[in-house]
Design a protein around this ligand. Structure first.
Ligand SMILES: [Zn+2]
Length: 401
């Protein structure tokens, strides 16, 4: 569906600021029987609302198509970096607001229950996960995490709040996947205790543009978070940003603390907004420059890969990350250049990367013949380089800055 109105303010003055061409769903790795078939491509571009400054996708694929058609392949527990990040997050949040056994923590998009497991073990809280993907929700239940296999919507919010309201509602890398923002925050209000906190973590759009991380733009990321438009949006729904913290997760995220209580001091929010304006997040010229940087980057990456390939070298890619699919498809890198992608997740091995159709195989398949490795999840490049250091590979890290 083409976006005609701003997700936040309803304004219709929307300007295209980034255009990455046609892409398949980046988050859906294809089983063998689908890899040989035609694949649907959708326009991948970002619009900026001239009225409120919100950045969102110009074309939105319905959520049912995004998450429930083909088994989802990402489990947080399979990523060492994610497990550590979530354990720290639970510790920091739980300590900050002194969570205890009487408190309920809800995780929206709870995946296999990794984050909730940390809350449960560290603070003894009650936990409920909400996870739309059937196969992943099953894994969470097996792990002993109460999980509702559905989207977070009015129905699920009502079911939960009938019993008790949540002290904490968390959404990590989920808030930016939401299509109907207004309905979503209304449902948050419904399920949240009057002294509770809604905490979400998303990639920060300003960091994305600064770093040139265009590969974190994909069809599953419907909106791109900046503080200015959301500060206004939340206020209109009687919710208030209390605190903001930047971190390195997923290459540059922001953790946002929202509550029903009006804060006494909004200076941190104002500081962020000032920085966004200063950097030019609401100016079209910033994105014209961003586009130039993307084109230049793609040219240089292709040059390096083809040069190696032309001299008879063999190249693999490391880490079947979602962002890798935007990178491969935008830069038109496919199985003619990359032999295969390695990954440690059993849910991904044996499947194919959407669009590029590169097969996914285990790390152990990297033979002596392979000389180069393109690291797709550049945000954890240090970890992967050290993990594979014994293989004598030349690493290519596709990071702009
Ligand atoms: Zn707007």
């Amino acid at each position: 569906m083409h976006t005609k109105k701003c997700q936040l303010c309803g304004g219709s003055k929307l300007v295209k600021i980034i255009d990455l061409g046609l892409h398949p769903l980046a988050d859906t790795f294809l089983p063998k029987e689908c890899a040989d078939k035609p694949i649907t491509l959708y326009p991948l571009n970002v619009l900026l609302c001239k009225s409120c400054g919100h950045a969102m996708l110009g074309y939105v694929v319905p959520p049912e198509e995004r998450y429930q058609k083909i088994d989802y392949s990402y489990t947080a527990s399979n990523s060492k970096v994610s497990v550590e990040h979530f354990a720290k997050m639970a510790e920091s949040v739980g300590t900050k607001i002194s969570l205890g056994s009487k408190d309920l923590v809800i995780d929206i998009g709870s995946n296999d229950g990794t984050l909730l497991k940390s809350f449960k073990s560290q603070f003894g809280t009650k936990v409920i996960g909400i996870e739309p993907s059937k196969n992943i929700a099953k894994i969470a239940k097996k792990n002993g995490i109460t999980t509702i296999n559905d989207f977070f919507n009015t129905k699920t919010a009502k079911v939960i709040s009938k019993k008790e309201k949540a002290k904490v509602i968390i959404a990590t890398n989920v808030f930016n996947h939401i299509t109907d923002m207004k309905a979503f925050v209304k449902d948050i209000s419904l399920a949240l205790d009057k002294t509770g906190l809604f905490i979400f973590e998303v990639p920060y759009f300003k960091t994305l543009v600064e770093q040139g991380a265009f590969d974190t733009i994909y069809l599953e990321h419907v909106s791109y978070f900046n503080v200015m438009p959301f500060h206004k949006f939340f206020k209109e729904h009687a919710l208030y940003i209390h605190s903001l913290e930047k971190n390195d997760y997923m290459g540059g995220s922001i953790r946002v603390y929202v509550s029903k209580i009006k804060p006494k001091d909004s200076s941190i929010v104002n500081e962020y907004i000032d920085e966004e304006k200063k950097y030019g997040m609401y100016d079209l010229a910033t994105y014209a420059d961003f586009t130039k940087r993307i084109i230049d980057f793609s040219g240089r990456l292709n040059f390096d890969l083809y040069k190696a390939k032309a001299s008879g070298e063999k190249i693999v890619a490391i880490g079947a990350a979602t962002k890798g699919n935007t990178l491969l498809n935008y830069c038109k890198i496919d199985s003619t250049v990359i032999e295969f992608i390695t990954d440690s997740s059993p849910l991904k091995i044996g499947k194919f990367a959407p669009g590029s159709n590169i097969p996914i195989r285990p790390d152990s398949d990297i033979s002596n013949e392979i000389s180069h490795a393109l690291i797709l999840p550049w945000n954890i490049a240090d970890f992967l380089v050290s993990k594979l250091s014994h293989l004598n590979l030349k690493f290519i890290i596709p990071k702009m800055k």
